[in-house]
Design a protein. Sequence first.
Length: 449
Amino acid sequence: MTDEELWQAVLAQLQLQISKASFQTWFGDTRIVSKKEGSVFVSVPNSFAKEWLEQKYNKTIFKVLRGLDIKIKDVKYEVGKPKTEIIKKTVPFSIETGQLEFQEFKVDKDTNLNPRYTFDNFIVGPFNELSQAAGWAVTKKPGKVYNPFFVYGGVGLGKTHLLQAIGNEVIKNFKDKKVKYIPTEKFVSEVISSIRNRETQKLKSKYQKIDVLIIDDVQFLTGKEKTQEEFFYTFNSLYEKDKQIIISSDRSPKAIPALAERLRSRFEGGMIADISFPDTETRIAILKSKCQEKEIDISDDVLNFIASKVQRNIRELEGALNILIAYQKLNNSAADLKITKSLLRNLTSSPSHTINAKKIIQTVAEFYDLKEKDMLSKSRKKEIVKPRQIAMFLLRQELKASFPFIGRRLGGKDHTTAIYAYEKIMKEVNKSESLDEEIELIKQRLMCA
Ligand code: ADP
Ligand code: MG
């Protein structure tokens, strides 16, 4: 087993445990430089990263390393020359298949499409069949049926895969159609820089040439007024020319009022479909298909185990598989059920270990595009009161925190305020599907954070 392979396996596991942003920031340019007498020397790009890894991640890194190689006694970090290219090439076990990673894949520069995402490798089950069928119909007659096509669902459930598959299929069917996939964050930054450079007109005309516009994760438009303007402009002018628009989001259009109100009439002529959670059979089918893709043989009992542990995120299903592949490569033998259980114990540990009050408040604030201090303020504005009550609700539900604690934690409120908030949200969740959905999404983010 080479040092590189060992580090790949470590990275594969770490990716499951920390957020994408943190992972990119802290582990992007790391590698093992040497191993000596049980010590592993990890090279990091700068002293800031060194300090951070030593203080925040050392325990986790050590645990993962030891899980793979019992002889390892400690980990040391040293500032070294970054070797970005090498690292990128040697991390085939990439768990994240989100937008960030696209740059490293064979992404077409014009369309931003990654050929890896197709309908052929998109497994269909009851949880996504409506979205898949509608998406497929769109590829046959872009702009003519289901326009706009809006897909929504939680993290890691296949929205990007489906959107990209639609794009790839349209190009296959209609060579002359101009397709463009764009993550909303990228759209936002294009708009901002076009404003800065006084080139908004240029940006407008660039988008006018597109036949099929695919905008991923549109929830990121929340709170960005100027970008919303540009989005509506682009949307309307393309729509009026019968150009196809495909949108994804982590929540239903109703839960993005700024979007929904302005586009309501448009949505009525289109199609809104959701992707929910895959059932057990589909999870196993997905695992089997990924095994085939990655050319690896894994026994049914191991696959069943993974499917029983990872229920609500297909990206994590793949992540679990990648860990087993790493193990198999390192040890030249497949992990049996017992080893699998120990390798994947982090997946199976109860998330409440890692959730704390701060994380809940931060996650809720982020979700509603607020600052943490707004949540703690005395403001009675509707946009703040609701998130604050949801934070109180989650503190109670997830942490079983006491009401006096909850009140204090949210800016020194009385415990009766906390009780009121908890009961109010509880009642509303039972009545309103969209609130239930919102809270479910926040919880998902909490688990991933
Ligand atoms: P989202 O955009 O909803 O967060 P992604 O589309 O990035 O999720 O999917 C996460 C990972 O799971 C990707 O690697 C994707 O290929 C895989 N995946 C999702 N849904 C399916 C499916 N139905 N069949 C096969 N793989 C899937
Ligand atoms: Mg996505």
